[in-house]
Design a protein around this ligand. Sequence first.
Ligand SMILES: [Zn+2]
Length: 315
Amino acid sequence: MRLTILGGYLGSGKTTWLRHQLHAGAFGRVHVVVNEAAEIPVDDALLGGTEGPTVLAGGCVCCTAGADLVKALRQLCDRRSQSDDPSQRLERVILETSGLADPAPIVALLQADPILTRHIVISDIIVAVDAAHGLAQLAAEPLGRRQVEAADRLILTKLDAADPAEVARLQLTLRTLNPGAALSGAVMGSATTLPAPPIGTRPADLPALVGGEPAPLLPVRLSLGNDPDWSALGVWLSALLHARGDEIVRVKGVVRTPAGRLLLQTVRKVVQPPEILPTDDSRDGLDNGIVVIGRGFDQNDLRLSFQHFTGVAQT
Ligand SMILES: [Zn+2]
């Protein structure tokens, strides 16, 4: 079963976006789990037309209420295993997180559960960013930055309510914080084209947060060559995460194996179980390559270390 984690700061428009996506049938046979820590309770009817929602209230699943999430997901796994008709089986769970949640500890929590790791693949982390208020939130809130950094997909919501110059600056700021994420726009939950930022637009100068301002995240693309050595890659990756785990925000790679194309991902220090991709899924055009996104290291040093371990020349 696939799990989509939907995050975003308080009031970022997650529910509106999700409702429209569900209505458009974007997620197949899906069960929605909503976590409300600080928000006013959702009207269940908002998410009508799908199974659920399971509402987890009274605590945030990234910290205080993690056990509730594990329990709810285990129940969904059980129900799926007991269903006789494969055509009716649940395909996906969407977890709409509380606006206070950091996606990374949720990933860590699920990966630490022996039952969930066998039944659930975290397929994507989608983070909604309010087009009008995103810059202010990023400037003031470490949490807002952590959410953005954890995303595979960033969705700028409420584009119709935002000043175009602010949206342009926000786009460039998000690119700086998370160069690897796909960026798109939405109005009332429907996808809309993001205008290209005018020439001369600059990302916002985000002020230092308590504990000092972190260096910008940089992506490094590494080639695995034509005949990837899975074990050398594994050793290198765990050594990297042990030594520099706090500085590596995300690793994503696609490795060709005899069993198929394998998707490899980490969020912070957590390595997700590899997932076989459908053959038509050319995610980010990655093939026998990995992208490391992090800060505080020299890109060339990383390439050299990888080359040394795997013997694959990096250009
Ligand atoms: Zn939390």
